[in-house]
Design a protein around this ligand. Structure first.
Ligand code: KG4
Ligand code: ZN
Length: 344
C-alpha cells in the first residue's frame, strides 16, 4: 500500500513578511511571501505597522498558497505556525489565524520555533540543496540573530557561540544606512559589492571573550568614523567609492564569519558546515563557503535562496518533523517574543 502523504499548511509572521506554504511530506508545493514595503519609508521595521499589514495579508496569502498547491482545506493534515521568537504583535496574527483554522478543520496545531526553522530548512527536499548529516555545524545569520550551533538531531541544538550585541543582518543594514542605502540594506550592499574591490579599505575586527561569540556593534562605529574622516577631505567620498566601500564591508563581515566557523570546526572536529537565515543569501558568504570545501576539506550546505530569508516553507518542514513524532500544540499555546533555539 502506498504511504499516506501528509499535507501541512505553514504560516510565518514573526517580523515583516507574511508567508504561507503548503508542504506534502518534506516537499514544498507552494511558498507565498508578501513583503511589507511600508517599512522602507521608516528605515526599519515599525512593529505597529507590521502587525496591521499581517492582518491585511494573511487571508489572501493563505488562499494563494492553497490554490497554488492545488490542495483544499479539507485535504490538510495539520497547521504549523511560528510561535516565536519575533515581534509579539506580528506573531499574534499568525498564531490566532492558525489556531482558528486548526479548530475549524479539527486538525492538529503545531507551534514552531523560528530559529529552528531557519536551520531545518536544509531538510526540505529540493533539487537545489542537499541535506546535511548529523552532527553538523550551522551558522545562523539573520536580521535578529547570529549563532553558531552544533546540531546533533532534528531538535537538538547546542549554541557554541552567538552575538553579544548586534546581529550580522543588523551590521549589514546599519552600515547600509550610513551609506544612504534603502532598508533593508543587506541585499543592496551585496549587489554593489559585486563590482567593488573588497581589499581597498580595512575595518577593525572585534575580539570577544568567548572566541566563538560575535560582536558587530564596533564594526558599525568603525565604519562611521572612517566615513566621517573621509568625507571631511572629500564630501563626495561615499558616492565616488560606494562599490569599494560595500565590498570592503562585506569582506570584513564574511572574514569574521568564516574565521568563527573555522574555529568551531576545529574545536568540534565536525566538517559538515551549513549556513542559514536571511544573510545566508549573501553572495560573499555563499562563495566563501564554496571555497572552503577545497581549502578546509569541508562539505558545505548552502540553502536555496527561497529558504534563506523568512518564509513559511521552513516552518512547514519543522511542522512535518513534529507531525512524524506525533507532537502537536494545545489551543492555549502562546506566541512568545523571546525563545531560544533549543526550545521546541
Ligand atoms: O532571516 P531574515 O529574513 O529575518 C530575520 O529573521 O531576521 O533576515 C533578514 C536580514 C536583513 O538584515 C537583511 O538585510 C539580510 O537578512 N539580508 C542580506 C541579504 N539578503 C538579506 N544581507 C546581506 N546580503 C544579502 N544578500
Ligand atoms: Zn528569520
Amino acid at each position: 500500500m502506498a504511504k499516506k502523504q501528509i499535507n501541512i499548511l505553514a504560516i510565518e509572521s514573526s517580523c515583516d513578511d507574511t508567508s504561507a506554504a503548503v508542504l506534502q511530506d518534506d516537499r514544498v508545493l507552494s511558498n507565498i511571501i508578501a513583503n511589507q514595503k511600508i517599512h522602507a519609508e521608516f528605515g526599519g521595521v515599525v512593529p505597529e505597522l507590521a502587525s496591521r499589514a499581517h492582518q491585511q495579508n494573511i487571508v489572501p496569502v493563505v488562499e494563494m498558497a492553497l490554490r497554488k498547491a492545488c490542495i483544499s482545506k479539507n485535504e490538510l493534515h495539520a497547521i504549523a505556525f511560528t510561535r516565536g521568537p519575533g515581534l509579539l504583535g506580528s506573531l499574534l496574527v499568525g498564531t490566532s489565524f492558525a489556531k482558528s483554522m486548526s479548530l475549524a478543520l479539527q486538525i492538529p496545531l503545531i507551534g514552531v520555533n523560528h530559529m529552528q526553522a531557519h536551520v531545518l530548512a536544509h531538510f526540505i527536499d529540493d533539487e537545489e540543496q542537499k541535506k546535511p548529516p548529523f552532527p553538523f555545524i550551522c551558522l545562523t545569520i539573520s536580521g535578529g540573530h547570529t549563532q553558531i550551533l552544533r546540531v546533533t538531531d532534528f531538535f537538538q541544538f547546542e549554541i557554541l557561540g552567538e552575538t553579544i550585541d548586534d546581529a550580522v543582518g543588523e551590521a549589514f543594514d546599519k552600515s547600509a544606512k550610513l551609506l544612504g542605502l534603502p532598508y533593508p540594506g543587506g541585499p543592496h550592499v551585496d549587489k554593489l559589492a559585486k563590482t567593488g574591490n573588497g581589499e581597498r579599505f580595512a575595518f577593525a575586527k572585534p575580539k570577544t571573550e568567548n572566541e566563538l561569540d560575535f560582536s558587530f556593534s564596533g564594526l558599525k562605529t568603525s565604519i562611521l568614523y572612517f566615513l566621517q574622516k573621509e568625507q571631511k577631505a572629500n564630501e563626495n567620498f561615499i558616492t565616488e567609492n560606494l562599490e569599494d566601500i560595500c565590498a570592503s564591508i562585506q569582506k570584513t563581515i564574511v572574514d569574521i564569519l568564516v574565521s568563527k566557523l573555522l574555529l568551531a570546526s576545529k574545536t568540534t572536529g565536525i566538517r559538515h558546515i551549513a549556513i542559514a537565515g536571511g544573510v545566508s543569501a549573501n553572495s560573499g558568504i555563499r562563495q566563501a563557503l564554496r571555497d572552503a570545501e577545497s581549502k578546509y576539506g569541508w562539505t558545505t550546505y548552502i540553502p536555496k535562496f527561497a529558504y534563506t530569508t523568512d518564509n513559511a516553507a521552513m516552518i512547514g518542514i519543522v511542522g512535518y518533523q513534529h507531525y512524524l513524532k506525533n507532537l502537536s500544540s494545545k489551543q492555549d499555546i502562546k506566541a512568545t517574543a523571546r525563545l531560544t533555539v533549543s526550545e521546541s
